[in-house]
Design a protein around this ligand. Structure first.
Ligand SMILES: [Mg+2]
Ligand SMILES: [Zn+2]
Length: 207
């Protein structure tokens, strides 16, 4: 399920580089099934970091599991509304997201149409693969930043470079993340490393 901010990134030829971002616990403070505007709180420095990525020529694409939709906690429309709020807040910092990919599914949900095993719920790589096709993205030179082992796994399965952050659930997830995956204290720290040219030598996580 894709919700594009605009189609600027959909280029005919030529490969684009992207940084995929998990949302909860990576962009915004983890509070458990965030779906209300009043609960949305950027992790400090995130809007500036998003701007930095786009200034450096990366597409910025959010890939978020929202099983709260399948579980009946909130409708998909609430997710879109929250993302429009996020867009408005980012714009205040001269930042923007190129697209949001949302997985509203869960195999054990309650809501008809969303309660299913799917290929997009991370650690499945479906959202990254779809975005790669939609935006002509070279996955091998792109990054995925997240606070869960499932974010890292999705990145590896998609063939892009995983980056782990210890915000959100990161501390609890840390032991499940393979050695060699770059780790940072927050998204802004990870972004500074990516833009600065991260040393990338963990081929064992690429298979
Ligand atoms: Mg997360
Ligand atoms: Zn899904």
């Amino acid at each position: 399920m894709v919700n594009r901010a605009h189609d600027k990134g959909r280029m005919a030829e030529g490969k684009n580089r992207a940084v995929f971002l998990d949302r909860d616990g990576t962009i915004n403070v983890e509070k458990g099934y965030v779906h209300k505007i009043e609960d949305f709180e950027f992790i400090p420095g995130v809007p500036q970091a998003v701007r930095l990525l786009r200034d450096a020529g990366f597409l910025v694409i959010v890939v978020t599991n929202q099983s709260g939709v399948a579980r009946g906690y909130y409708p998909l429309g609430a997710v879109h509304t929250l993302h429009r709020h996020m867009d408005a807040e980012l714009a205040k910092h001269g930042a923007a997201v190129d697209a949001y990919y949302i997985c509203p599914h869960h195999p054990e949900g309650e809501e008809q149409g969303y309660s299913m095993a799917c290929g997009c719920r991370k650690p499945h790589p479906g959202m990254l693969m779809e975005a790669a096709k939609d935006f002509s993205i070279d996955l091998a030179s792109s990054y995925m930043i997240g606070d869960h082992a499932s974010d890292v796994e999705a990145a590896v399965r998609a063939g892009c470079r995983p980056v782990f952050v210890t915000t959100g659930h990161g501390r609890d997830e840390s032991a499940r993340v393979p050695e060699g995956v770059p780790r940072f204290g927050s998204l802004p720290e990870a972004v500074r490393a990516i833009v600065g040219g991260i040393a990338w030598e963990n081929p064992e996580t690429k298979d």
